[in-house]
Design a protein around this ligand. Structure first.
Ligand code: GLC
Ligand code: CA
Length: 541
């Protein structure tokens, strides 16, 4: 079976475009207001026509949904809200028919408290095998929890059970952390990996991949409050202070995690020419540590989150892009690029409409894989929400101090001129603002200048001219004479990519034919080209 698009000889994932679907927000097939697997299957043709190589599905497993499905109660079954296992199989088969690979999430750091293991642990006594699957410990002599770590969603990361013991949860209290020193945990995850591979999927996105191994669990952290701020993307902090705090997190990026991924790699490789891949969600410091996850005997990719928070500034972008390419090259890997995901503000809201289109064309031309969060191709901003709409545990646990991630998770507008724009025949789980009318798929289809049509052109031209073309050469950059916030220009294969980050048009002397432009109209005199303000252009030799 050959469902590899536009690839020369490299494995399919090397330079893939991967479309992230948040199942609850994609398409609702049965009118209950929540997206589901049949809804995704029925819209895979839309995804294929976008020109991506693969889809990544955020969790659709049995879950009480306290954390958007990242609280898994049974990792080997489908939550009834999303359908059933036959629906999952049908989705995979249809995707493959359309030439799309399928990546699913795996959540190894924690289970839901509704998982049968945790329920059994609650009923068992201290020191039992059941409790040893999690991190259950006695209180300190003065009654305090075993340490002072703060949950990533706010509040203490320990919750006390009836007999007085505490269990660890880096996230919500409904997400008990698993004890990876227990071989049973490893064995169970191998069973889950095989379960989905045997159903036909092509890869995994590993949730909190850097968190599985904990060190010094009985020691207090010297600055838990500082650390908890340093870990938050929405908090600005002196860079040196932040880095000092992030380099020694007792529960992140410990050496032990790599042993786990070496074992997993053997399992993936045992599927032979299926070319199974895995991508790590791992937030690590310093950046060089990211390369350990993509050593030849570990995982295939690690997310590079730099662009989720990067300002639209040439010097900054040049540095983070270059660093990622260079660091990955030291282990013979290619970088990944993501402008948005289900955990961060949408890029159009964060840096602006024109800026986000320009940046998208820029990263689509870079070596490596690009991740596109469903709705990004429509130029969606974060949905305007009332606090009463919000469900994110970080909003709830922080009593509203942190707004949380619901804005990026508002369902997609598909068709028609009235909310909810064809997403559901019922009431969507988060309201879709009427102002999204012009951004619906239907309305963008008929607008030649829409973001959607820009993405389609970009991805088809990428497959034709850029995928597999190797390294880039910078022509203009902060190192090569670009003024701050001026131009970033590189050449790759036969394509020259120019991003004009300034608010004025810039004249460039580059011969060739413009094949793609993110905004405005291209003028020029005497053979020169006038690149519109805040835009990216692709020029073919
Ligand atoms: C990851 C997921 C996020 C989730 C967290 C806890 O960061 O992307 O959505 O809340 O893990 O599972
Ligand atoms: Ca539904």
């Amino acid at each position: 079976m050959n469902y590899i698009r536009g690839m020369k000889s490299a494995p399919w994932w090397k330079e893939a475009v991967i479309y992230q679907i948040y199942p609850r927000s994609f398409y609702d097939s049965n009118g209950d207001g929540e997206g589901d697997l049949p809804g995704i299957t029925s819209h895979l043709e839309y995804v294929q026509k976008l020109g991506v190589d693969a889809i990544w599905l955020s969790p659709f497993y049995t879950s009480p949904n306290k954390d958007g499905g990242y609280d898994v109660a049974n990792p080997r079954d489908v939550d009834p809200r999303f359908g059933n296992l036959a629906d999952a199989k049908a989705l995979i088969v249809r995707a493959h028919e359309l030439g799309l690979r399928v990546i699913v999430d795996i959540v190894p750091n924690h289970f839901s408290d509704q998982h049968e293991w945790f329920q059994a642990a609650l009923k068992s006594s201290r020191g039992s095998d059941e409790r040893n699957c999690f991190h259950f410990y006695d209180a300190k002599p003065d009654g305090r929890p075993p340490n002072n770590w703060i949950s990533l969603f706010g509040g203490p990361s320990w919750t006390q059970v009836e007999d007085g013991q505490f269990y660890l949860h880096l996230f919500d209290s409904s997400q008990p952390d698993l004890n990876w020193e227990n071989p049973e945990v490893n064995a169970d995850f191998e069973t889950t990996l095989r379960f989905w591979l045997d159903l036909g999927i092509d890869g995994f996105r590993i949730d909190v991949a850097h968190g599985l191994v904990k060190e010094n669990i009985h020691a207090d952290h010297p600055d838990p409050a500082g650390l908890s701020l340093a870990l938050r993307l929405d908090v600005e902090m002196d860079t040196q202070i932040r880095h000092a705090l992030l380099e020694t997190v007792p529960y992140f990026d410990r050496q032990g995690v790599h042993e786990i991924y070496r074992k997993w790699r053997k399992l993936f490789d045992s599927y032979g020419d299926r070319d199974v891949m895995a991508v790590a969600e791992a937030w690590v410091h310093p950046p060089v540590n990211a390369t350990r996850y993509v050593r030849a005997d570990e995982l295939h990719q690690i997310f590079n989150f730099d662009l989720l928070t990067a300002p639209f500034e040439s010097a900054f972008l040049f540095d983070v892009i270059n660093r990622s390419i260079e660091l990955n090259a030291t282990v013979n890997a290619l970088p990944t690029w993501a402008l948005s995901n289900h955990d961060s503000p949408r890029v159009a809201s964060r840096i602006g409409d024109a800026e986000s289109r320009a940046l998208a064309l820029f990263v689509f031309a870079l070596p490596g894989s690009a991740y596109v969060f469903a709705g990004q191709e429509l130029g969606l901003p974060d949905g305007p929400l009332q606090d009463s709409d919000r469900e994110d545990p970080s909003f709830i646990r922080s009593q509203g101090a942190i707004k949380g991630r619901d804005g990026a998770r508002v369902p997609l507008p598909w068709s028609g001129d009235t909310t909810p724009f064809g997403f559901s025949s019922g009431k969507p789980w988060l309201p879709i603002d009427q102002s999204w009318q012009s951004m619906s798929v239907g309305n963008q289809n008929i607008d030649a200048k829409s973001v959607l049509n820009l993405y389609r052109s970009a991805l088809s031209l990428r497959a034709l001219h850029l995928t597999g073309e190797g390294e880039i050469t910078w022509l203009q950059s902060p190192l090569h004479g670009a003024k701050p916030d001026g131009l970033l220009t590189f050449k790759r294969g036969e394509i020259t990519v120019v991003m004009n980050l300034s608010q004025q048009p810039h004249e460039v002397d580059i011969a060739g034919q413009v094949i793609l432009l993110s905004a405005g109209v291209l003028d020029g005199r005497n053979g020169k080209k006038l690149i519109p303000a805040c835009s990216t252009v692709w020029i073919h030799d």
